[in-house]
Write a protein that binds this ligand. Structure first.
Ligand code: AMP
Ligand code: MG
Ligand code: MG
Length: 216
């Protein structure tokens, strides 16, 4: 047992000393917020915030950003719980476009910036955003899920591979990495910014390679 621990620690130390070349030049950090109710799963959650930050893994700068609020169609009135959780007000979504138009704008943004090729990968915290929420939203609107949104990096898995601990949440990763919490938890944009900081810490401190982990 002791031998195995020593070997594990030694190999992790060796890993930290090596230079890491990231497999993807751009990490497209995405975090949806959706309509919700307190304590009850709702039948048709709809995406109300759609942020995506393009992080350059050579400069560690966020080079481009897509950020939209979305007006829900099936249940257009946000619950008090949803407003409290996400900080998204009814007025914030009221004059926004519905999801099909926003997805089209997003796809144009992705393609215009060449983020649909093999130099880029999407990153989400957990698998819910791209395994559950996006396919669910596309089903509501009768849309096909774009091919490049069918594989992604689950940041919790990458975190676990780097630190040997599977995190409970974004907040948990922030705390364990000793990063000062920034912004408002459950704001899609702030959650995405915090994910960028976690990715940078994993790459720089743990020499983690951000590789694809998930598919649907
Ligand atoms: P997050 O990215 O963790 O902010 O969560 C994404 C979405 O999951 C939120 O916009 C909500 O729709 C739902 N959600 C997150 N936490 C809760 C909660 N405690 N209760 C109900 N829904 C939640
Ligand atoms: Mg999230
Ligand atoms: Mg969030």
């Amino acid at each position: 047992m002791a031998m195995r621990l020593m070997t594990g620690r030694a190999s992790r130390l060796l890993k930290r000393q090596q230079e890491v070349i990231q497999p993807f030049k751009y990490l497209l950090v995405l975090d949806f917020e959706a309509t919700c109710e307190k304590d009850v799963p709702i039948t048709t959650p709809e995406i109300i915030e759609f942020p995506c930050l393009a992080l350059n893994t050579q400069s560690w700068e966020v080079e481009k950003m897509f950020h939209r609020y979305i007006k829900p169609r099936v249940n257009p009135i946000l619950s008090p719980f949803c407003i409290e959780l996400t900080g998204i007000m009814q007025e914030t979504v009221e004059d926004e476009k519905h999801f099909p138009q926003v997805l089209e704008d997003f796809c144009n943004w992705v393609e215009r910036n060449d983020f649909d090729g093999d130099k880029s990968a999407f990153v989400t915290c957990g698998d819910w955003d791209l395994k559950v929420m996006l396919p669910g939203q596309c089903a509501i609107d009768g849309l096909a899920v774009p091919e490049y949104l069918k594989t992604w990096i689950n940041l919790k898995t990458s975190y676990c591979e780097a630190t040997q601990h599977y995190p409970r949440s974004l907040k948990d990763m922030i705390a364990r990495l000793n990063l000062p919490p920034q912004g408002r938890l459950h704001s899609g944009l702030h959650d995405s910014i915090n994910m960028v900081r976690i990715i940078e810490a994993l790459a720089k401190t743990y020499k983690a390679k951000l590789e694809l982990t998930s598919t649907c």
